[in-house]
Design a protein around this ligand. Sequence first.
Ligand code: AHR
Length: 505
Amino acid sequence: MSFKAGISLSPREKRHTVSRYLYSHFAEHLGRCIYEGIWVGDHPRIENDGGIRCDTIEALKKLELPALRWPGGCFADNYHWMDGIGPREKRPRRHNLWWNQPESNEFGTDEFLRFCRLIGTEPYICLNVGSGTVEEACAWVEYCNSSQNTSTVALCKANGHPEPHKVMFWGVGNENWGCGGNMRPEYYADLYRRYTAYLRGIAGPEAKLIACGSHPGLPDWDERFLANLRDGNMLHSVDYIALHSYLGWGKSDVNFSDEDFLNLIASIDITGQCLRRAIGLVQAAGTPEKKIGVFLDEWGTWWKEATVPSGLYQQNTLQDALFAAVNFHLFHELGEWLFMTNMAQTINVLQALILTRGPELLLTPTWHVYEMYKPHREGFLIKLAQTSPNLRFFETKEIPALSSSATVSSDGRRMFLSVVNIDPKQPCSLAVSFDDAAGVYRSRHFQRRHDLWLRYALQRNCRSGSLGQQTHGRFDRTRPPKRVGSGASARQAGHRVFWRGFDRR
Ligand code: AHR
């Protein structure tokens, strides 16, 4: 049995551009994200390019991630950048406070910027406001961006970089309401004013300064921060305000029911409400000359298996992939004001794109969503009307069985539609109709055989050692998902993400 649904597209009704930065990412010194996931030094068995593992470079290069946020997260307000430059053998070892692990400082600013170049992404650096100083932050920006004849710039050149790195995105602290200093918004706002008074001139006119924003459980942080900045007309110092939203708390990465899955998808609305609220605030705060935008620079699933002792390691299944896809549809909707989002985190931590174990690497289902959704970047969001049944769960709750989004490429020649079948049990028979540039009405019908099936062999046994035998995520046009793994994976194999691109001619 399949359920029937319909999507009608109006490519001539263009809304806003979908910023490519919505598909950015986040890598922190946490667990095995940086060390092992990216940096392996002179490991004898893992092929590397000057210490950076080659398989990671290859896997991330394919995604063309627009920006990568680093070094944290909570680690950022505990990090002193000078520890991580110069000869590696002389770098101090420190205690990574929040994640309770040693920090060798082998991977520092120069390694990060080289990694960004290797994978073709733009760096987004988060400064230390919680335990750092204005002087330290300014020196870091100077090291990266200045071309003046100064000792700090000379240091950068001595470390092998004759030209400025021109880092465009600078975060002024991270979660300063929590791990970034337990501040009140007024206190943070005062610090923000002070930091940016000096940073703006050093970072350069192109640079963007990003303020720490709220999360769904923190209702008045953004209001109070913006109200403080309004005083004395300091709102011009804010380019973006960055929110965080994690979902899935308390539930398991692989042991979940269909109802848990539906509840997770429904909970994306929590992120939506939080973002809409922030967008309303920046709309009211901005002026025609100065528009403040919104980032969601940490988001994703956070399952109960991701704990500090596990280095926030968790498995990644089709549940995570579908969650990512539905979130992207939300982000497209809000794209007039939402400029960047950074899923947490790139490798081996939370909703990862890649998992590694020693010399082995696998691409998670979430990696495939980033890959599949590439054509949406910089396209125009178009009007879409969807008809689908609702799915009922936990007795009284309901969500639509489909989630969809469509864009037209910036040259107007191609249209892309992404559709997620949220129903864990039934396939969907989908009729898609649209009118083209000439006003000719066309329609196509998609049945099972047209779907691209997202297949993934689940890593339920990952921790106990069968990683090498698993099938890596890949698409198969013709066959239904192979049933692999045990209970949880078989259930998840019922979910599908399907995808089509239309040629305008
Ligand atoms: O991504 C893990 C942590 O979650 C980050 O360090 C912090 O900013 C957030 O609380």
